[in-house]
Design a protein around this ligand. Structure first.
Ligand SMILES: *Cc1c(COP(=O)(O)O)cnc(C)c1O
Length: 371
């Protein structure tokens, strides 16, 4: 049904359905009703998934999700104020890099990669620096698969009158995020990842009130408020839109709804993750993130300490069998990652576990035992 050549079991880009890719075979004019309907549908659907109602709006930023993160920071952190960035992985680090590029003062809270931070650490940072106006956290840190404590940090922000920005790029669509209940100012989302459209648009779901108070950033293409105002007024992008990507995204939104929305997608990913982690443990692999802190989007495994194990050989053996897996990031040497997001089912993961077993046998890695 999915008619794919390879299955991407990666932290992104992730595999998407054939019907979503098929939506890109049509020509679309940027001013035509077919396109503007898709745009309106996608914007409204994202706001509804965030339970945003009339208080939130969804603004597309062509590019990858980093473009949306950059646009959000530039628009929402007022001049002269400081952004508290939490990082326990590469995506948190990237938020800080954006601040450096924009000249936005940043207070950095770095914590270890395999356990979530304590809210008291955020509170202490706020106590120490009254210039902090906003906190930006990564909900699911894709470089490890760890879930960060969104609800607890949101409660702190509400209590302290701090604006909360959330990089939900690897969680939105699969994990429930109630923007008004949490009091979020902005959520960033990828057109790919858990929403299962093709990559190419970073979305910002923004509190209207916060966007109306936005600073005019020193950038044109990534000016979020300008994009939103223009789109609300005309129903169009300011510049040439990624018409095929948007068409695929609108289709992905329809498929998300048809599957049963966030609860159904979460259930499918959880089944994938369970099958993955159980299957790998049975072969003797060890997961890096404790189960209670792990998100069902990607899992990180330690390379087994066996003289015959070689990640590149595992990678190539998996690729020959139709599965793409992912190395660990450099700072976490001797780990690798296998994703559970995208148009992937438990049956796919079960077949991938057979492929891992075959490749390990080929490599001569035996007797790892049960971890
Ligand atoms: C994928 C991802 C991003 C965006 O990365 P891009 O390279 O811009 O696609 C940001 N944050 C998280 C948590 C991600 O998983």
């Amino acid at each position: 049904m999915t008619q794919r050549t390879k299955l991407l079991l990666t932290p992104g880009p992730v595999s998407v359905s054939y019907s979503t890719r098929e939506a890109m075979l049509t020509e679309y004019s940027s001013g035509d009703v077919e396109f503007t309907d898709n745009l309106r549908h996608a914007r409204a659907y994202l706001v509804s998934v965030a339970n945003g109602g009339a208080d939130y709006t969804a603004v597309p930023v062509p590019g990858s999700a980093t473009y949306a993160n950059e646009a959000v920071i530039a628009a929402l952190v007022p001049p002269g104020r400081t952004l508290l960035v939490h990082s326990n992985g590469i995506y948190g680090d990237r938020l800080a890099e954006i601040c450096e590029a924009l000249g936005t003062p940043v207070a950095m809270l770095r914590t270890g990669p395999f356990t979530p931070p304590a809210v008291a650490e955020f509170a202490a940072m706020l106590d120490a620096d009254p210039a902090i106006s906003h906190i930006f956290i990564v909900h699911c840190e894709t470089s490890t698969g760890l879930i960060n404590p969104l609800e607890e940090v949101a409660a702190l922000c509400r209590a302290r009158g701090i604006g909360l920005l959330v990089d939900a790029v690897a969680s939105f669509g699969a994990m429930p995020i109630d923007a008004p209940a949490l009091g979020l100012q902005a959520i960033t989302v990828s057109s790919n990842k858990c929403m299962e459209g093709v990559p190419g648009i970073g979305w910002a779901i923004v509190q209207r009130k916060a966007l109306e108070a936005a600073t005019k950033p020193k950038m044109l293409a990534l000016d979020l408020a300008d994009q939103a105002q223009h789109m609300d007024r005309t129903g169009l992008f300011r510049f040439t839109p990624p018409v095929q990507v948007l068409a695929a995204f609108a289709q992905a939104c329809r498929e998300h709804a048809a599957e049963g929305g966030v609860p159904a997608r979460l259930a499918r990913y959880q089944a994938n993750w369970r099958r993955l982690v159980d299957g790998m443990r049975q072969m003797g692999f060890r997961a890096a993130v404790p189960d209670q802190h792990a998100s069902p989007i990607v899992a990180t495994f330690h390379n087994p300490e066996h003289p015959a194990f070689d990640f590149d050989t595992l990678y190539q053996g998996m690729k020959r069998r139709g599965y793409i897996i992912f190395p660990g990031r450099l700072a976490l040497a001797n780990t690798f990652r296998i994703g559970c997001m995208g148009a992937v089912t438990e049956t796919d993961i079960a077949a991938a576990m057979v492929a891992v077993a075959e490749t390990m046998a080929e490599m001569g890695v035996t007797g790892l035992g049960r971890a």
